[in-house]
Design a protein around this ligand. Structure first.
Ligand code: FUM
Length: 571
């Protein structure tokens, strides 16, 4: 397709992001409209390179007699340290099973139990084995299934390797701008409804399980357009990032019996979560590991301290059958045969509980904009998400977003798209960023940002360190104004893409820090050494961050409690 720059491409529904939530939204929007709506899916990478393919462990749902919706909901609410909106949790657990079955019917190769039913395994913080899985490649198999399904509809157009840069809002959502990487040209998109399903922010940290593309673009774009970001102080650190790269070693390894050991050979989780041990919720396990290392009980290696994940009770054949991907990752990326020696791990940035504030129907505060999956915050995960509740979040709320976006698009007409913001955006990017000739370099600024977040906005936080981090991020924002990009070409200019991503990451990092600095308590994944207690009286509320030229302005919103009053959280 050859089109003029800033040509306006028109669809009924535009979905940004082609991971689990985006694809699920696309399929639902297509089905709800009986194939009548014209749907576009825009993705910075080919859909099968979306970060969702990296999900390993599984997808939670109530499928068996001994389990119940209330139990799944309770586990989620308690895991969330009571910051979850309970009406959202109740809807979520009820809608989860049908998503598993839908995927099954669409061809997802779920691992089977001996009786032929979909197998389920235990996961951290869940009181029942409710994680459905496809070996240790659950995300990949779910993505293959959904991508296959979505490409079967001829009313869904894929814009692969297109990067969205701006959301245009004027009362209602009016359009988007996006760069086609292949040509380097910018286009505008008009639609009646927009769904953001752009994933997480992991790359804001130096040590992360996330793909290089997880730079918080969608969150920053929505924030700049006036939508609040909620609960951004709550960043999940997964207990088992492979040392040295941070690649995910799934909790499935601990579900299979993997033990965490300190350098004294001690199974230290007995001091922190004596009942659940290695399968306590992630905030608790990650904090325990970090404490062990901080107090000198970690192993010392060429890449810093680490904890041993011991799975040597399995022989190589059993390992390769049950956890094939983990076996390969340990051998190829750490040089360790995990059937013979423990895998070196430490906590790695893994998930944003916060995101674009949305309601139970995934509607944001701007009419026509919906958000689903990790980039959204409808209050499902509160202060700490349970493992396997994320892929199912993408499926449940992706479907809800697709349905509501489709219904809106079927009854609304196309809003006018003003030309002025399009021209401004083109100028900002091509004259301002690509044309700039300062002496700052994007990779250097990005590394400083990621190291600052890693050192000062990590598992154990302190007000003084957060203030220092904020100062650094604000100075990086100033220095960003003097970057230059050596490659001035348009075609597949990844240097330009990295510069745009850094710009988004700086905004997201600032929101995380400002929200964390304001929250003077410890809850879930947010632990303040200077305020170590949970404080329900003052802080049982969601943080909302609004963009202003001076930095984020915070407001708060009450948590919706239906059945479960906050109690002490013991495991
Ligand atoms: O450990 C894991 O497999 C990760 C699962 C999740 O984040 O839900």
């Amino acid at each position: 397709m050859v089109v003029e720059a800033l040509e306006v491409l028109t669809h009924d529904v535009v979905i940004v992001g082609a991971g689990l939530a985006g694809l699920r939204a696309a399929v639902e929007a297509s089905e709800v409209s009986n194939g009548k709506l014209d749907i576009a899916v825009i993705s910075k990478v080919h859909p099968m390179r979306s970060h969702s393919v990296c999900a390993q462990g599984g997808t939670a749902a109530v499928l068996r007699e001994g389990d119940s919706y209330d139990l799944h909901a309770w586990d989620t609410v308690k895991g969330a340290d009571f910051l979850a909106d309970q009406d959202v949790v109740e809807l979520f657990v009820r809608r989860a099973p049908r998503e598993i079955i839908k995927l099954e019917r669409w061809g997802c190769p779920w691992t089977r139990a001996e009786d032929g039913r979909i197998a389920q395994k235990p996961f951290g913080g869940h009181s029942y084995p409710r994680a459905c899985y496809a070996a240790d490649m659950s995300g990949l198999m779910e993505m293959r299934t959904l991508y296959g399904r979505a490409t079967a509809y001829d009313n869904i157009t894929f814009y692969d390797e297109w990067m969205v840069t701006k959301l245009i809002v004027d009362g209602v959502a009016r359009g988007l701008t996006a760069i086609e990487l292949r040509s380097g040209e910018m286009y505008a998109f008009r639609a009646k409804a927009f769904v953001f399903a752009t994933g997480g922010i992991g790359r804001v940290y130096a040590f992360t399980t996330f793909s290089h593309t997880a730079t918080g673009d969608g969150m920053a774009i929505a924030y700049r357009a006036g939508l609040p970001l909620a609960d951004m102080e709550f960043v999940q650190f997964h207990p088992t990032g492979l040392v040295p790269q941070g690649i995910l070693i799934s909790e499935a390894a601990r579900s299979a019996g993997g033990r965490l050991l300190n350098a004294k050979g001690e199974r230290f989780m007995k001091h922190y979560a004596p009942e659940r041990m290695e399968l306590a919720p992630r905030d608790i396990v990650a904090r325990a590991e970090q404490r062990e290392m901080n107090e000198g009980r970690g192993f010392v290696g060429p890449y810093g301290p680490y904890i041993a994940l011991d799975l040597t009770f399995m022989d190589e054949d059993e390992f390769k059958e049950k956890l094939p991907q983990i076996f390969e990752l340990a051998v190829k990326f750490a040089g360790v045969n995990p059937a013979e020696e423990p895998i070196p791990v430490r906590p790695a940035a893994h998930y944003a509980m916060g995101g674009i504030r949305a309601n139970i129907n995934t509607e944001t505060r701007v009419k026509g904009v919906f958000a689903a999956g990790e980039c959204a915050c409808y209050g499902l995960h509160g202060a700490n998400r349970l493992g396997t509740n994320s892929t199912i979040d993408c499926l449940v709320f992706g479907a809800i977003a697709g349905e509501h976006a489709a219904k809106l698009a079927m009854k609304n007409s196309l809003p006018e798209l003003p030309r002025e913001p399009l021209k401004e955006e083109e100028k900002r990017i091509f004259d301002g960023i690509l044309g700039s000739s300062g002496d700052e370099r994007v990779p250097a600024l990005r590394e400083e940002l990621r190291n600052t977040m890693q050192e000062k906005v990590f598992i154990f936080r302190h007000g003084d360190q957060l203030k220092e981090a904020l100062k650094t991020v604000r100075s990086l924002k100033e220095r960003y104004k003097s970057i230059s990009i050596e490659d001035k070409g348009r075609v597949f200019n990844l240097a330009l893409i990295h510069a745009l991503e850094l710009d988004f990451m700086l905004d997201v990092a600032e929101v995380i820090i400002v929200s964390a600095l304001a929250r003077k308590e410890s809850r879930g994944a947010h632990y303040r050494l200077d305020c170590p207690k949970r404080d329900d009286k003052n802080w049982l509320k969601h943080t909302l961050a609004f963009w202003t030229p001076e930095g984020p302005r915070l407001e708060y919103e009450p948590v919706r409690i239906t059945k479960w009053k906050p109690t002490a959280r013991r495991y």
